[in-house]
Design a protein around this ligand. Sequence first.
Ligand code: MG
Length: 342
Amino acid sequence: MKKIFVCLLIFIALPAFAQQHWKTHDWSRPRPPVVNPGSFSTQQQPGQPPSDAIVLFDGKDFSQWRSMDGEPANWALKDGYFETVKGAGYIRTYRNFGDCQLHLEFATPYPPRGKSQGRGNSGVFLMGRYEVQILDSYENITYADGQCAAIYGQYPPLVNASRKPGEWQTYDIIFHGPRWDRQGNLIRKARITVFHNGVLVHDNAELWGPTDWLKARPYKPHSDKGYLALQDHGNPVRFRNIWIREIGESAVQRKEVTVAPKLLDLYQGDYQFGDWIFKIRKQGDHLKAQAKSDYWVPLFAENDTLFYSKELELEVTFHVEDGNVKGITRQLTGSKSFGKRK
Ligand code: MG
């Protein structure tokens, strides 16, 4: 009986053990990279981000931010923070992010004005689609799934950990984006963990789809990285000390940005490579390239002029002179050539 039990134990334990490549306390196991963790913020002063974070705002400039149309961000830059400008519209990051750890600090207006959703409303949108609500929820009643730190329209926060209006508050968000298979079937929903002022308010919450007002929207396939957006809801909400760390596979993937639609319009066209016309077209907020007659591949931008494929060894650099595209340098499976704009 004992033998059978031991055999059974080995049988059950083996797969788990086999998955772990390293022996317990194996000295040859690579050690994690060293990161200076930075420091915490106080009301008077923002903290230092971890040394491996991508700093999105350090109180000085909008270099990492754009308006939604790709033009320079037009919110108000003040002394060490920026502030929503009513009617200026949302702003977004130039760079795209996938799975990540995000730190962000905000302060709702003091003295408080308005009530319910009209008081200190803004929001942070992961991948431009999944909103963690920002609101003045200090002694301000509204619907539960729309109060501060709610995953808007889906999950109220576990507790209301809001500080008073005018005080700096923190969000620490861990986000895993959704995934689809090649046929477009959803294989992983988005998941969010949120700490509001250090207090856990979402514990790995699984999203039903993109967040929206008054409706539940289903998931629609999108790429595995996207910009971060901040909402203009007409209230002057302040932001400071925003940084992000990509995690998992997102951290090792090539850098990706969202290029202004007007540049994509400029780039789309036909390019001559000998007898071959190489076609590039705009599709939503991306470009796509014709690899073969019936085979188009999406192109992703590393910066405003360099685009790459995630499927093929293909890179395209656009050459712009006086506002016109002269041609492209195309690198295909290692060999480079220049094609003129037709
Ligand atoms: Mg909002």
